[in-house]
Design a protein around this ligand. Structure first.
Ligand code: C2G
Length: 133
């Protein structure tokens, strides 16, 4: 039973997120997502459209996702990897190298980001399109 973990905000869920989750799951049998809480998003400088509970509900409905846990801090990853017996840590390669310190505890894999799409782009495009409505 190979257990995989990944972390993120996953606001305004889009196909880039799904591509990441689908590929992350392919590395094992069980995928945990550490979902950034609104408080942690403030630390990350992110303002979410959906609340934590709403983002959690959306993630839990995805076939690749087996468990969603809160991500409250940058420091919790090592404990999570130990507590959940994680074999593989996966992140998009915009984070390449940033989590190599986890290699002492599990395999670390960076997957290519899906080009073009991002939550920021969605917000910007919507703003442009509907700013006069
Ligand atoms: N992602 C992707 N392709 C995109 C957009 C996002 O592969 N076009 C990936 C990111 O690389 C990340 C995941 O989807 O692995 C979630 O993206 P975000 O919600 O933007 O996560 P982020 O704010 O980077 O949070 O402790 C780690 C942080 O919580 C990561």
């Amino acid at each position: 039973m190979k257990r995989v973990i990944t972390y993120g905000t996953f606001d305004l869920l889009h196909y880039g997120h799904i591509n990441l989750l689908r590929r992350a799951k392919q590395y094992g049998d069980y995928l945990i997502v550490g979902l950034s809480t609104n408080e942690f998003n403030k630390i990350k400088g992110k303002q979410c459209y959906f609340s934590y509970e709403e983002r959690k509900k959306i993630l839990e409905s995805i076939r690749y996702v087996d468990l969603v846990i809160p991500e409250n801090s940058w420091e919790q990853k090592i404990d999570d990897i130990k507590n959940f017996n994680i074999d593989i840590f996966v992140m998009g390669d915009d984070w390449k190298g940033k989590f190599d310190f986890l290699k002492d505890y599990c395999e670390v894999i960076y997957l290519t980001r899906t080009p073009e799409i991002s939550t920021t782009k969605i917000k910007k495009d919507l703003n442009l399109k509907y700013e006069f409505i």
